[in-house]
Design a protein around this ligand. Structure first.
Ligand SMILES: [Zn+2]
Length: 380
């Protein structure tokens, strides 16, 4: 007998005569092993994650036929039914919510205080018992929050599906980019196998990015509680990561099948599947601080000509891009060069070629932090 079940969860209506549905697939429930939660499309205009889900579902169905689960795997193949309907001027706009302009992957609730209050007298000397108690308290705390609108309700439902998972993978992509992974510093180097399996060229570490994206809402509470209760063992029990599946247009069955296969191999290594795990490959580049990512911005408007490609190593002082404004009278002033401040790897850049002052045009992973902890370390 197969284990797959499907939940069609109806979000509360935000407009008359319209409701949206969140589809949740579950495999291997009740097998007793670890729980993994994987979602795609939280930024609904990022296509590669949906295609990886297509391949992942085919693989998991096959594993299910063979009775191959040793843990529960929950998939939300299209995590943002609100964003995926936001078409404007023939383009899908799935990053910011049309109703209030907020980024769908920012501002998730911090439940540390609510959980701490519930568990302060219930923690003991056994880490696994503490994990179970904290997860229960987390579920209760989530249940008590009242969502004000449809988007807030969606956020809470996604968190409710993921709050008791050992592994949370949030599939995204950048504009033009190489495979990279965002993960909590407290999860490193334990989570090295994830970055290695995914073939991450860059792995960015931060315990607090300042803006609470989904993965951080799932993982950060564990090290905040450990800090709050130093007399009791509280392990970082949720390995949550944001996986950036290269760029917006990097879509092919070859890439997506490979990515899905690597997720499966990672899950097998973590004990979610039957059979002996395969050893993870080597990681190309060691992880670096998220606070060391240099955002290349232009102080002037114009069109952008990149002189460097994603994946190139950049030396401090090198020109990464030129911003050209043909209206400037002086020939020398028509070109404004944008230089890197520090050494690093160019891993992402914008998809279009327009600069306005302050806009992030490229990202370089350096080694030395450029910003303080708690500052907003992510892009808008
Ligand atoms: Zn994204």
């Amino acid at each position: 007998m197969t284990t797959r079940s499907t939940e069609a969860y109806r979000l509360p209506a935000a407009s008359m005569a319209n409701t949206r549905t969140l589809t949740i697939l579950r495999y291997g429930a009740g097998t007793g092993g670890p729980k993994a939660y994987i979602q795609a499309g939280l930024h609904a205009d990022e296509a590669p994650g949906y295609l990886v889900m297509h391949h992942l579902i085919a693989e998991l169905d096959r594993i299910d036929e063979q009775g191959g689960f040793r843990g529960e795997i929950v998939l939300v193949p299209a995590a943002n039914p609100i964003g995926v309907a936001q078409w404007r001027d023939d383009g899908l706009q799935g990053r910011f919510c049309f109703s209030d302009g907020t980024n769908f992957n920012r501002g998730y609730p911090d439940l540390t205080d609510a959980v701490a209050e519930r568990i302060q007298d219930r923690l003991g000397a056994d880490p696994q018992t503490n994990v179970a108690r904290i997860r229960r308290a987390l579920g209760e705390a989530l249940d008590e929050i009242k969502a004000e609108d449809e988007a807030a309700h969606l956020k809470l439902k996604l968190l409710a599906c993921a709050h008791d998972a050992d592994i949370v993978l949030d599939l995204h992509c950048d504009y033009q980019a190489l495979m990279h992974v965002y993960i909590g510093e407290s999860l490193w180097p334990t989570a090295r196998d994830l970055a290695a399996w995914m073939g991450a060229v860059v792995t960015l570490l931060a315990d607090d990015s300042g803006v609470t994206p989904f993965d951080e809402a799932c993982s950060r509470i564990w090290w905040k509680l450990a800090e709050r209760f130093p007399q009791h063992p509280v392990p970082p029990a949720c390995l949550a990561a944001t996986i950036e599946l290269r760029g917006m247009a990097d879509l092919s069955h070859t890439l997506a099948a490979e990515d899905a296969g690597n997720i499966i191999r990672f899950l097998a290594g973590r004990g979610c599947l039957a059979g002996p795990p395969t050893a993870a490959p080597a990681l190309t580049n060691d992880a670096t601080p998220l606070a060391a990512v240099e955002h290349i911005k232009s102080p002037v408007p114009g069109v952008v000509v990149f002189l460097k490609e994603p994946g190139e190593s950049i030396a401090a002082g090198e020109v990464v891009a030129e911003v050209i404004n043909p209206l400037r009278s002086n020939a020398a002033k028509r070109t404004h060069s944008l230089r890197a401040a520090a050494d690093g790897i160019l891993f992402a850049r914008s998809a279009d070629r327009f600069a306005r002052p302050g806009r992030i045009l490229a990202k370089i992973a350096g080694r030395r932090p450029l910003r303080a902890a708690g500052e907003n370390l992510l892009t808008p």
